[in-house]
Design a protein around this ligand. Sequence first.
Ligand code: COA
Length: 486
Amino acid sequence: MQRHRDRGKLPVRERLALLGDRHGFTLELSPLAGWGTTDPLGGGLVTAIVEICGRAVVVIGNDPTIRGGSLSPTSITKTLRAMDIAETNRLPVVTLVESGGADLDKQADIFVPGGEQFRRLTELSAAGIPTVSVVFGSSTAGGAYLPGMSDYTIFVKDRGYAFLGGPPLVKMAIDEDVTEQELGGADMHARVSGLADYLAADEADAIRQARAVVSRFGAPPSVPGGPAPLYDPDELLGVVPEDPKTPFDIREVIARIVDGSSFDEFKPLYGPNLVTGWAHLNGMPIGILANNGILFSPESQKGAHFIELCNQLATPILFIQNITGFMVGTAAERGGIIKDGAKLINAVANSRVAHVTLMVGVSYGAGNYAMAGRAYRPRLVLTWPTHRIAVMGGRQLAGVMSIVRRRSAESKNLEFDESADEAQRAEDEARIEAESTAMYATGRGWDDGVIDPRDSRAALTVAFAISRDAHAAARQSAAGFGVFRF
Ligand code: COA
């Protein structure tokens, strides 16, 4: 970091802070991606939804202080996810480029999938979603296609450079001796090659010019604003019990997030384990589905019905997950729990309104799917540190595996080793518990980031605000291709 500052350069988060509006919002995405893997924490990359000149923009910024800003598998996952968010919500993309390209120690894991980021950039452009690259430093090899595929490019004088092969490679390939700035410097690209549309005097000037470019993209509808909750959001820290098995009333969470703590409940007496109803979030109407226990048939039917109502009124939906799954056992099966659960999953999968999912407690089994888990493509998945996620709880999974082993031994007429089974059971339970934590989940990119529960209202406001942008900004590019760079 010191070496970076000594070169007169700003750290990536300071670049991002200057780019955003002074009193605007910033929602950083997946800051803990890569946790528990051999990749740098955060993937050496910051991705965020940032308010720039009053409109929400996806910003993807390399962190050059981590392995020269080179890209690991986590960097690719994070970049592609940020581009998904830009595409579904129709948000412009600004990339802050300063990267050594592929992390050469991991090239086999990123070279092929990494190509997608360049395809996605031009697809965004073709869909009428503008893209901007600001080049602060190295933009080498494949990285050169970040400015190459962007609609607008800004290069910092004497600092930003882009080339397909650096001076050592040029020497090796064609025996030419050349300096970095001669080969691909900002000045050359602004005057000769035409890769740079704007030449900035320094980093602050580049950020000013990027804001000017974004200011022409049109203003999105503003968030109307609404009264704060009557119940103190700070109390959210104490709402979820430490032991995930201790039940709590999910209305305690809703009351600390929505406008005026006002929640108009739908069918409160029917299927009480699924709480459904209407509320406002900073003036934006939303429907809420939230768990208050295991899902039975009535809960499933009520949920599907409520999702239909939200679609009829074009009201976006907030799912709040604390779900151990669907009910099992003879009574539930005879009652048709599979077909009723299927109705809820069908409704979630085919619903056309925007979904946002907040993970506050456990998320086990098909309950994860029915409540708009990641695979059901909610606009954003935000997670509290109290979240647990797995196919089932650790104790249950270890117990199931033990029964399977016992039956297998019986069917082969083998003696069952009780003490080995006991040890295996403890090992399985510990492993599943470790793989179920919020940190494990966010490390693998199963969500869009762990948030402080007290920030839920602010973060959800951004999530629903950007889905409104999509309605207003929906327009097809007349040409049907991305903006060509000439
Ligand atoms: N893959 C893996 N590690 C890389 C890397 C890459 N592409 N680029 C840089 N690093 C590492 C360096 O080895 C160094 O590691 P260390 O701290 O353990 O010594 C660290 O990142 C910082 O690099 P350094 O060169 O000291 O920083 P710098 O700011 O002076 O220069 C670059 C940064 C990116 C300009 C320079 O490292 C570079 O040119 N890298 C190679 C770029 C390249 O040809 N990439 C091809 C990609 S297809």
